[in-house]
Design a protein around this ligand. Structure first.
Ligand code: TXA
Ligand code: MG
Length: 355
């Protein structure tokens, strides 16, 4: 066990002396958790193979799932990547800094472990002053997966990070809760048309608007586990986002969903389970269960995304056995929310229909 240093910083104007303490850990091969606009990341010097290996160990992450490399200026992309198509340059100009990760052919300076032996690399520039200051002061690109233990919901506060990683990492920069709440959208620009491998903070609709043609990898909207040979993003192979409780997702027309969620809540309560319902403002008063939590209004899928991972973790601290979750529309940030919920459930999806 090492001592994990907690550094509270101002999210807009981070105190430079604290950022320098964190940057010193990164420069000397250490591990620092830091906020981005999406979720907290766990950072290591992307060009230091030993540091990246320690990152995988701290998270207990399988070595075949490469993290995203974070930069603080576009210039660095040209060092890390070999071929940068014009359409990717346009995307960087429009969406960076922001929750969009681009997959490029990797350059030779990148150690194999940083990209899990692939010939491609995932790069993004986060829209968060603390993250940008840390990368700038560290003077290196930073490999950073989400700062949770592998398989757990991603952390949206420094407390979530410490719950999983206290004693396993050198420091946490705490700048309060993250704004978006789900991870970045991962877009493969090595293929034409570009393909979304993971839906996230940049909506598919916005990418369509900028690119004209863009595809969704079938895994994005999958309702059952994908055969491994069809999976193009290594992360999609592994169990993800799962709280300790069993999750069931109920999808369909809203009034039928409400009936079905209550039916399931009664079913599990009768069998002696502690039941949690994960729902929205419009339906929160309709449910009977041990714990009922709203993610926000269905008219504001950004708030639903922001609260998703925190609520899943809260159900665990309240020792809920079964979480019955309402589905939301697959539009805007709803696409990312449903992708995470379906995976958290291990694809236990119930379709509700009016009878
Ligand atoms: O918002 C985010 O993206 C957060 C914050 C910290 O920036 N990071 C994050 O990293 O979610 P991580 O490592 O948990 O997820 C990275 C995703 C995984 O699904 C991984 O498989 C995929 O990106 N990925 C990484 N390198 C790839 C590559 N070369 N080709 C395809 N997918 C890749
Ligand atoms: Mg992750």
């Amino acid at each position: 066990m090492k001592k994990t240093v907690l550094l509270k910083v101002d999210p807009q104007a981070p105190e430079i002396e604290k950022v320098r303490v964190a940057a010193k850990f990164i420069r000397t091969g250490g591990l620092v958790a830091f906020p981005t606009e999406t979720v907290y990341g766990l950072g290591a010097d992307a060009l230091n193979a030993k540091a990246v290996l320690a990152l995988f160990e701290a998270k207990k992450r399988p070595l075949d799932n490469p993290p995203i490399v974070h930069v603080c200026n576009i210039k660095d992309v040209y060092r890390l990547a070999e071929e940068i198509p014009t359409r990717a340059e346009r995307l960087m100009a429009v969406f960076w800094p922001g929750p969009l990760t681009l997959i490029f052919k990797r350059s030779r300076i990148v150690p194999a472990v940083t990209v899990a032996g692939l010939d491609t690399i995932a790069v993004r520039m986060p829209r968060h002053n603390v993250a940008l200051a840390l990368i700038g002061e560290s003077k290196c690109p930073i490999s950073a997966p989400s700062a949770n233990l592998a398989g757990k919901p991603s952390p949206t506060t420094a407390k979530h990070v410490l719950d999983d990683l206290d004693g396993r990492i050198d420091a946490v920069l705490d700048a309060g809760p993250t704004v978006i709440g789900v991870e970045s959208t991962v877009l493969d620009v090595t293929v034409d048309p570009p393909q979304v491998l993971r839906p996230g903070g940049t909506p598919f609709e916005a990418l369509k608007g900028a690119l004209g043609k863009v595809e969704l990898n079938p895994a994005v909207t999958a309702e059952k586990p994908m055969p491994v040979e069809k999976v193009r993003s290594p992360g999609l192979k592994h169990k993800h986002y799962a709280p300790n409780a069993n999750v069931i997702v109920v999808e369909g027309e809203l009034s039928a969903v409400v009936v079905k969620v209550n039916e399931l809540a009664v079913y599990y309560t009768r069998r002696g389970r502690k039941v949690g319902v994960l729902c929205t403002d419009e339906t929160v008063s309709c449910y009977y269960a041990d714990v009922v939590k709203s993610l926000g209004s269905r008219n504001n899928l950004a708030s639903v995304a922001r609260n998703l991972f925190a609520h899943l973790r809260e159900f665990d601290s309240e020792r809920v056995d079964v979480i019955v979750a309402e589905g939301v529309p697959l539009e805007g940030l709803g696409l990312a929310v449903m992708n995470r919920l379906r995976k958290a459930s291990g694809y236990k999806i119930v379709k509700a229909s009016a009878t």
